[in-house]
Design a protein around this ligand. Structure first.
Ligand code: ADP
Ligand code: MG
Length: 291
């Protein structure tokens, strides 16, 4: 390949809002046949909001304890809960012994109580179970494509908090664009299966890999590669970094974390998934010119 043509491709990329690490990157996009997309922050805006609280306890107490813990976390779900709780109950109490459990939730001590906020799997590790009312609330929320998070303290599940994210207005068109290029989109997420499927259906993806722990996302990419697929991965989070590096082509959302950007070959400056389609189309054209 002549470096000049590749560099022209790189310059055109910049105009399209795509930052390319080096001209040689365009070369590896050519054989890509599968595009793995992270859900939260990539296909969706990642700007979640707290939509409902389900509990038999005092609702304000649930919000105070959960909000206090989540205030210490950077996760989009945590931000939504902390913000929603502060709006409804005002000042949040202090937290001691805070621990972030990557891809699972958070735990800590608030006043007299040992508190957990997170997904059901985290609670199971603590032998905490959901009663049928809470389980129903969780199921109903997930069927609507929402994320339900459980609040437990002192060994008992006390409430379900429902947060909602929204699909980016450009995601559906981008997925269609990927298909037009003959690529297979796959949705990959740590979120629950039902919420993942609801988002996938909304944007037109039929291959969904859900409930994947952050450390396991990279294994999913490896598995697809072992099946002979050439994989591009698009992500935004710290939890996507290893998978972005493992992929044959890593694309980071410019609106995402620095770690994700560093692990990637390309950055989609505006966080618009349509730029991923542009990037692949551009590299094919650039390389066609060279041949
Ligand atoms: P994604 O792959 O969609 O970016 P993550 O791997 O970050 O999602 O998180 C997976 C799941 O773990 C979330 O859907 C949520 O149920 C739970 N979780 C992670 N962090 C938190 C938190 N701070 N508070 C509550 N739940 C959390
Ligand atoms: Mg993400």
């Amino acid at each position: 390949a002549t470096p000049t043509a590749l560099l022209v491709g790189t310059g055109r990329g910049a105009q399209l809002g795509i930052l390319i690490k080096g001209p040689e990157v365009l070369e590896s996009t050519r054989r890509v046949d599968t595009v793995v997309l992270d859900k939260t922050g990539t296909v969706t805006t990642g700007q979640m909001s707290l939509v409902s609280v389900h509990t038999d306890e005092d609702e304000e107490e649930v919000l105070r304890l959960a909000g206090a813990l989540e205030h210490a976390s950077e996760h989009p779900i945590a931000k939504a809960i902390a913000r929603g709780a502060a709006e409804r109950v005002g000042d949040l109490p202090a937290v001691e012994e805070f621990q972030n459990l990557e891809g699972l939730g958070v735990q800590g001590v608030v006043g007299e109580h040992a508190v957990l906020v997170g997904r059901e799997r985290l609670l199971a590790e603590w032998s905490v179970h959901l009663d049928s009312t809470l389980a129903e609330a969780k199921k109903a929320a997930e069927e609507q494509g929402r994320t339900a998070v459980i609040v437990a303290w002192d060994g008992k599940a006390r409430g379900v908090l429902v947060v909602a994210d929204t699909v980016k207005p450009t995601s559906k068109e981008a997925i269609q664009g990927l298909r037009t290029l003959g690529l297979r989109p796959v949705l990959l997420t740590g979120d629950n299966e039902a919420a993942a499927k609801a988002v996938a259906a909304e944007v037109g993806i039929d291959e969904v890999i859900a409930e994947v722990l952050p450390a396991d996302k990279v294994d999913v990419v490896k598995r697809l590669q072992d099946e002979g697929r050439v994989v591009a991965m698009v992500g935004d989070g710290v939890n996507d970094a290893a998978a972005l590096a493992q992929a044959d082509l890593g694309l980071a959302m410019g609106t995402g974390t620095d770690v994700a950007i560093e692990a990637s070959d390309l950055t989609l400056v505006r966080g618009d998934l349509r730029a991923a389609v542009d990037a692949i189309r551009l590299s094919r054209r650039t390389l066609a010119t060279i041949k």
